[in-house]
Design a protein around this ligand. Sequence first.
Ligand SMILES: *Cc1c(COP(=O)(O)O)cnc(C)c1O
Length: 418
Amino acid sequence: MSIAKQNQDTDMMASAQESDRLDPLKDYRPRFTLPEGVIYLDGNSLGVLPAGLSDRMSDVIERQWGERLVRGWNDAGWIDLPSQVAGKIAALVGAGANCVTVGDSTSINVFKVLSAALSLRPDRRVILSDRNNFPTDLYVADGLTRLLGQGYELKLATADTMEEAVDETVVAVLLTEVDYRTGERYDMEAMTRHIHGRGALAIWDLCHSAGAFPVHLDAAGADFAIGCGYKYLNGGPGAPAFLYVAERHLNDVAPALSGWMGHDAPFAFTTDYRPADGIGRMKVGTPPILSLSALNIALDAFEGVDMALVRQKSQELCDRFIAEVEHRCPELELVTPRVREQRGSQVSFRHPEGYAIMQALIANGVIGDFRAPDILRFGMTPLYLRHTDIVAAAEILERVLRQKLWDREEYRTRAKVT
Ligand SMILES: *Cc1c(COP(=O)(O)O)cnc(C)c1O
């Protein structure tokens, strides 16, 4: 290594150390359990384990379930757990607590909000989405149109053509605020206004937004939203998802999955379905108390957190990572927008050997992930990541590339989950 480069690298680390010293979020790191020897840049795929969660879960299991048994529904408050968790999530996404419910997976919730949206505009037939949307959103929308028949169809556009694609045939526009591959972000407020201008409804998928930066669903005028519990919210693998319905629609939506937990009086056990008042009607079946408890505990890690500071640091981490990687690894092509306002909380690069590079990187202690066909993806989670982690991760990435550590058969063999 040249002396000039060595000096430059030392300067970059010194600047990161200074940023860590001044970091207003530095005291939150102990709220999480982080494995030794790992720099975790995949909190956008699966959040880390919050500190103390496993002790609190063993209380839920041993005492609430083990001892209270069925009495737990009342005396451990299980029946109210969905609304308790919803209240915490509502605060993170700028929604009234009465507009959010928690349960089921994001995929199921896509079905629930789409079918609810269609029930509000029976004269229109087109669901519009982004062809780069996360596949499950598109698959579910497509499945719903096939189930309904009657001329319902899914149309796709791209971010560039989205505005003009919203015409008078469109019932609802289903968009993910932050693109899972590129990290590019829609302007939720402007796009919602545009969608409303054409008489359609706006459904926002917040999988890569909730817990990552401030979201203002009510203020943006969103009609519906859904989002994930196991990414930036750290609820654990397969954690329950959430769902939002704007207050103005709450008593007009007709749930297609009209389950008993969304009934006005589930324990009256009547034959006829009568939807609960408000958001309660979007519940379907018995809430998953164990995973909901884990999510409930995990959300406490956000207590007292100023999301504006999270956004600020997230963007600093993104900028730093982009600068470090571009300086060290010119063969990687940045696909995430450089402009802060245009991106979420991740940085992605493209490389034809992306999969093998990511496997080698993971083997060397930096965990990100790979998204087909060629994207290396790195999530920024400001509550536990330090500026120095970002520099160290870039150093390791540089070593993986310089020494061609990725160029091994074992790193090319695709695992079931990438
Ligand atoms: C992660 C993600 C999902 C995941 O849906 P599941 O039902 O939890 O598997 C859906 N949509 C988007 C945009 C995502 O990023």
